[in-house]
Design a protein around this ligand. Structure first.
Ligand code: HEM
Length: 232
């Protein structure tokens, strides 16, 4: 793990702390994205009951779910604030910008990567706000499973993904998410000071593979529902 010496200048200390917070919150959000996909894979089931039961079980957690949601929101906000702050302080430290320093006129790799992280991050932010409006705060259809009345979230998801506009938007947003995760995973470990000649390339590959699997899983859901019709 990272260690900050007492002789380290305070500007550098602040920058290290910002990076550690961005890395840790990013990894926390990554874990949420994995579990959220695992739950949503139930949409591939012909029977709507398992998906509705799964979502009902989460809702039944009551205050535990609310605490987890608040934690997730805090991670999301901290991640955005510190990522933007790192980017801005990087600009202040080098106001000319990397690309102007390159004789060939090509942007530096670091600048391209961080600009892409900013753009893909903004898309993910817009996506998440709209996503919550569509599903979490969307119509409250009801169903009865095993004698228990619960929200028919399955019906809502199937209804939404029968509209081509939503399917295209989800596929596009998930490609942006995949890019963000692929670079973000490796970058989080770098920010936590985890460098090793053997582990760093392995983490880079792992981040890439996980990002592709996650993006493919999320892309598969709207496409499958759109073309297979899902079950209502
Ligand atoms: C095809 C892809 C996806 C589907 C079908 C899907 C489905 C859903 C549904 C149905 C809900 C509402 C759950 C409820 O109210 O009980 C939800 C909540 C949520 N989704 Fe997704 N989701 C997808 C992708 C994503 C992605 C990629 C992200 C993150 C970037 C995301 C982030 C969230 C968040 C933060 C919540 C709120 C969780 C909570 O408050 O408990 N979702 N999703």
């Amino acid at each position: 793990m990272i260690s900050v010496k007492s002789s380290t200048p305070s500007v550098l200390k602040t920058s290290i702390i910002k990076k550690v917070i961005t890395g840790l919150t990013g990894l926390g959000l990554f874990i949420f994205i994995i579990f959220h996909l695992l739950g949503n894979l139930l949409l591939f089931n012909e029977d709507p009951a398992p998906y509705n039961k799964y979502s009902h079980t989460l809702v039944s957690l009551g205050w535990i779910l609310i605490a987890l949601e608040l934690g997730l929101l805090a991670f999301f906000i901290l991640h955005i604030i510190y990522a933007i702050s790192i980017r801005l302080s990087g600009k202040k430290a080098r106001p000319v910008g990397y690309y102007k320093l390159k004789s060939a006129g090509k942007p530096g790799r670091k600048t391209i990567a961080s600009t892409n992280m900013l753009i893909t991050g903004v898309v993910i932010l817009v996506f998440t706000v709209l996503h919550l409006k569509t599903f979490k705060f969307g119509p409250e259809y009801k169903t009865v499973v095993d004698g228990i009345e619960m929200r028919d979230l399955h019906r809502l998801v199937v209804e939404v993904f029968q509209k081509p506009g939503y399917v295209i938007w989800y596929v596009a947003a998930m490609i942006f998410l995949g890019y963000h995760l692929s670079f973000g995973f490796w970058s989080a470990f770098q920010s936590l000071g985890i460098h090793h000649p053997r582990w760093t390339p392995a983490l880079y590959t792992l981040g890439y593979v996980l990002a592709i699997l996650l993006a493919a899983g999320y892309i598969g859901i709207p496409i499958w529902i759109y073309f297979m019709g899902g079950t209502q």
